[in-house]
Write a protein that binds this ligand. Structure first.
Ligand code: NAD
Length: 292
């Protein structure tokens, strides 16, 4: 790279992609720990529509959103909600992790094999030492785990469409995951109410223990650690507040196809599709690690 790469805090949106990728790779290669917050854009190249994209957004129909995106909708019209849910679920069921998912997992492995992940500051870091990457995802598609990030280090703050529970009592329900969902919602063997995804619907609280882990994954970051925000508009709360919980000295990096609500507060903005940018960052991280 011929052009000098500026310090992280001076790589805003108007720098070239090459410069931003170089700066991101250097920050990540030097980081003891990395926490990524990911959103629907992360899985766009796996063929799953994002939430708000004006061209392809899945929930532009507000009536549909009210009936299949809220607990009352599921209570009032369980059959209708299920049929809409199947339309959302089917592409997720068919999806494979993309190059971005795989590259993020490989970045975690590269950090680990070079000795990153050793706890530096807090007691809670000690409890989860050894693996330097945490992924806090708003996605419900299980693609980070399929891409190679160990389950224990993926915090699904909005739940998963690969788990189900009943509408009335929340009893866990086993629905086979080796075939598309059945045409009608299965009945709970305990109480007879219908199945719904174990995903967070509008107006519902986030799962407490998972949320605490996600907060900790951000708050534990210290100087030189990286917070990587990928493919999220930053408009769904409380998840959107997570990058603001990082401590001082944390390098904040965003990868997004477009500017978002986060961009102005980032140290480095990498503008482009995550499935293309993350492999480039990974390749450069590996080179930098090899030079160490
Ligand atoms: P959002 O739709 O509000 O925002 C998507 C963001 O991704 C935008 O900022 C967009 O510019 C960016 N983007 C689009 N394509 C990209 C790409 N190829 N590479 C990088 N960035 C790209 O999504 P959100 O902020 O995650 O909020 C949506 C909510 O809907 C989340 O809570 C999530 O649970 C749910 N959701 C999940 C999935 C999934 O599991 N894959 C899909 C749709 C919606």
């Amino acid at each position: 790279m011929s052009k000098a790469v500026p310090a992280a805090a001076t790589v805003p949106a108007d720098y070239s992609l090459d410069v931003a990728i170089e700066a991101a790779a250097r920050a990540i290669a030097a980081a003891p720990r990395l926490t990524a917050l990911t959103g629907a854009g992360m899985s766009a190249e796996s063929g799953i529509n994002t939430f708000r994209d004006p061209e392809v957004g899945v929930w532009r129909n507000w009536l549909a959103l009210a009936l299949f995106g809220t607990p009352n909708g599921w209570r009032w019209t369980p059959g209708w909600a299920w049929s809409n849910y199947r339309r959302f679920h089917d592409p997720i069921f068919a999806a494979e992790p993309n190059d971005g998912h795989r590259a993020l997992a490989a970045i975690g492995e590269a950090m680990q094999s070079s000795g990153a992940g050793t706890p530096t500051t807090t007691a809670s870091a000690t409890a989860t030492s050894g693996y330097p990457l945490r992924v806090v995802t708003q996605n419900v598609d299980y693609l980070h785990q399929c891409g190679g990030v160990p389950d224990a280090f993926v915090h699904e703050v909005h739940g998963s469409v690969f788990r189900h529970r009943c509408i009335a009592k929340g009893h866990p329900m086993e629905i086979p995951q080796d075939a598309p969902l059945p045409a009608s919602a299965p009945k709970c063997p305990q109480c007879g109410s219908r199945a719904r995804p174990d995903a967070v619907l509008f107006t519902e609280s986030l799962p407490g223990a998972t949320w605490e882990s996600a907060e900790r994954a951000m708050r534990d970051l210290g100087p030189k650690d990286c917070c990587l925000v990928i493919g999220t508009s930053g408009s769904v709360y409380p998840a959107a507040s997570l990058p603001g919980m990082c401590g001082r000295g944390v390098v904040k990096i965003e990868i997004n196809a477009d500017e978002s609500g986060y961009t102005g507060g980032m140290d480095i903005f990498v503008k482009g599709p995550s499935a293309q940018c993350l492999p480039r960052i990974l390749a450069r991280v590996l080179e930098l690690k090899a030079e160490e």
